[in-house]
Ligand binder design. Structure first.
Ligand code: FAD
Length: 398
């Protein structure tokens, strides 16, 4: 298994067609899809640590069609469709469970969002339905319905276990000829002809005709080597998982008003996180992946109020990871301003995991065949220069 999942000792050629920097879900899924489409390309993924060390190994594994924007709903219908076949395609158990997402609204503003979005979902083809508080209790019977005004439910939404998802893409990419070098940091990037020279922590220098910056919340560090100024930035998020419990909860529940979310994994653990908006702006702190008591006390109060049977729940693991936040909540994907051969696949905020199957396929088609797509136009890194980035997705959690 470890040979299939990359190595710190793997020899890299001096010249590559594409260097993917970052071995998270975005880098690996794109490399895999590109290797399928263009097997002759010499592609390497270079990861500075172990796989799943970044956000892709630290997230809640939630996948949903319930978004506030038409393009995002359509993309997630496609991504969830791909996920249904992915276990077979990647040959690994993803622990994919479609228990639905149950969104709760306890304020008039949240209620209005659910109404607006449910209509949009129906138009695009997602089977979301609005529920009264009493109906919501039939889906999550242990909820406290006090102050609950409305809920929305989509049975097609679900959860996966993130690690095998990443490992599956890694193993299949390697099987298709992608070179996967782990524990090697890209410490410098400089223009070399039409391509780039990469300085690696191993002391090697390699040249790549094209580079894909798939370093997520760390992408700004690499961009600075080339003077590329993009507005995405890291934002630290915490999450915990509990002792295993007997199955009692099918959907992933989101309380729109507090930003609390929780689901029960197939192994019985309750996996839960919450927004701590006051952490925004702690720029120096955002990439530190430590846990805090403040998160634990905040989430304990909100969770036990909404789901009283969780009082006394034992926390087994608590961890943090970075969102790679873009100002409009949309990803930043494609050639960089002023650097047509230095591509970005960043800025996926709190939803990169669920979008990876569809997004990586779009980017691979673009790289291999120059094929466009409305989402790629929308994700254009140059939109921040032209002022085209105006709308903000209103269903971002955390
Ligand atoms: C607590 C939390 C909960 C979340 N919940 C969800 C969810 O339920 N659903 C969902 O869809 N998304 C969720 N997300 C977001 C999701 O995890 C991310 O959008 C997604 O994993 C981003 O993938 P990535 O490959 O871009 O980044 P990452 O997985 O962070 O990968 C980037 C990689 O680049 C490497 N790297 C950095 N710098 C260098 C360098 N110089 N050289 C070489 N390698 C480098 C890093 O080590 C890292 O492995 C959550 C995130 C967090 C933190």
């Amino acid at each position: 298994m470890s040979a299939a999942l990359g190595s710190a000792a793997l020899a890299l050629p001096a010249e590559l067609d594409l260097a993917v920097i970052g071995g998270g879900v975005m880098g690996l899924a794109t490399a895999y899809n590109l290797a399928l489409l263009a097997p002759a390309l010499k592609i390497a993924v270079i990861e500075r640590s172990y796989l799943v060390s970044g956000a892709s190994g630290r997230n809640g594994g939630g996948l949903r069609m319930q978004w506030g924007d038409r393009g995002n709903v359509a993309l997630m219908i496609e991504s969830i469709g791909l996920c249904k076949r992915l276990a077979q395609e990647l040959g690994i158990n993803l622990w994919f469970r479609q228990g639905g997402y149950l969104f709760l609204a306890r304020s008039a503003a949240a209620e209005a969002r659910l109404h607006r979005n449910a209509e949009l979902h129906r138009e695009v083809g997602a089977p979301t339905r609005l529920l009264t508080p009493a109906d919501a209790l039939t889906i999550a019977p242990h909820l406290c319905a006090e102050h609950l005004r409305l809920a929305s439910f989509n049975p097609e939404d679900g959860v996966v276990f993130p690690w095998p998802f990443v490992w599956g893409y890694a193993a299949k990419a390697v099987e298709r000829g992608v070179l996967l070098r782990t524990h090697t940091e890209v410490q410098g990037v400089s223009p070399a002809g039409d391509g780039y020279r990469l300085d690696l922590s191993s002391g090697e220098q390699i040249r790549a005709a094209r580079v894909l910056n798939a370093t997520g919340a760390w992408s700004g560090h690499l961009n600075r080597h080339l003077g590329i100024d993009l507005p995405n930035h890291p934002h630290r998020h915490e999450i915990f998982s509990s002792e295993p419990l007997r199955p009692f909860l099918d959907p992933l529940v989101v309380d729109l008003d507090s930003g609390l979310y929780f689901s029960q994994s197939t192994r019985g653990e309750l996996v839960t996180g919450i927004s701590l908006p006051e952490l925004v702006g702690y720029r120096d702190d955002t990439l530190k992946q430590h846990s805090t008591l403040r998160f634990l006390t905040t989430i304990a109060a909100t969770l036990t109020a909404l789901m009283p049977i969780t009082a006394g729940l034992k926390v087994l693991r608590q961890w943090a990871g970075p969102y790679d936040v873009s100002p409009d909540g949309d990803a930043i994907v494609g050639p960089s301003p002023g650097h047509p051969n230095f591509w970005q696949i960043c800025g996926f905020t709190g939803h990169g995991f669920m979008m990876a199957p569809a997004a990586a396929r779009l980017v691979a088609r673009w790289l291999a065949r120059g094929e466009g797509h409305p989402m790629l136009t929308r994700w254009d890194p140059s939109r921040f220069l032209s002022g085209a980035a105006a709308r903000r997705e209103d269903m971002i959690i955390g």
